[in-house]
Design a protein around this ligand. Structure first.
Ligand code: SF4
Length: 236
């Protein structure tokens, strides 16, 4: 064999060995050689790699979807709307947006109202503050009333007005992730998951529901449309 023939053979053997190593690295060494199959397998491998990347991207969106929300809350809400359709609870006649509360204890209320009117005249030109931090500085005004005033007087829904009814019913329906001890805790827990466009409605809806059906000591669970899907329902 001539030197030139030896060089050609060495070159050919090297190409074969390099090809084999390449297939081994790409995981195709066990497959039968065949141009189309090899191309198809390479294409499938690339497609699999692309699918994995898209899966990782989708994982980020899935996290958002997994944000906590209560079980059956939409059905609870629809049922309460049905039970409140007559709008004949006390809150519908004399709630914060209607009139004064005749059952309220008068002493502190009168004192607070007198002080507040003086402050409003001196500091706000006879008007009321248009923000929650200033409203809660007024005597006797807490977060519940401040958010209700923002909604009713300024048409600005700044938060959910949570009183004892909203607090109690939210815990019975498990609309809070963990049991809450105060209305303010409940407000923050509700605002964490509840769509903002429901914040204004939820106060009058639950207050009236609490006055007529889901009462503090003797809730009328047997008459409640939520009795089968309410975790706090009393089974009699
Ligand atoms: S089933 Fe009972 S506890 Fe539950 S929302 Fe209705 S009245 Fe309230």
């Amino acid at each position: 064999m001539s030197a030139a023939q030896s060089a050609v053979r060495r070159s050919a053997r090297n190409r074969v060995l390099e090809g084999a190593r390449g297939k081994e690295q790409s995981g195709h060494i066990a497959q039968k050689p065949g141009g189309d199959n090899d191309k198809k397998s390479g294409g499938e491998a690339r497609a699999k790699r692309r699918v994995q990347v898209e899966y990782e991207k989708t994982g980020g969106n899935t996290d958002k979807k997994l944000k906590w929300e209560p079980s059956n809350w939409r059905q609870h809400l629809e049922n309460i709307r049905k039970m409140r359709i007559a709008r004949d609870a006390p809150v519908d006649q004399m709630g914060a947006g209607k009139c004064f509360d005749q059952s309220a204890a008068p002493e502190n209320k009168v004192k607070n109202i007198r002080q507040t009117t003086l402050i409003l005249q001196e500091k706000y030109g006879g008007d009321i503050p248009d923000n929650v931090p200033e409203l809660v500085k007024l005597p006797g005004v807490g977060p519940k009333m401040a958010h209700l005033v923002m909604d009713i007087a300024w048409n600005n829904v700044s938060g959910i007005g949570v009183d004892v009814h909203v607090h109690r019913i939210s815990n019975r329906l498990r609309w809070v992730k963990k049991e809450t001890k105060t209305p303010e805790e409940t407000r923050m827990a509700l605002e964490d998951w509840m769509p903002r466009d429901l914040w204004s409605e939820i106060n009058w809806l639950l207050v009236g529901f609490g006055q007529q059906v889901c009462q503090p000591t003797s809730p009328q669970c047997t008459n409640c449309l939520n009795k089968d899907i309410c975790p706090g329902a009393k089974k009699k």
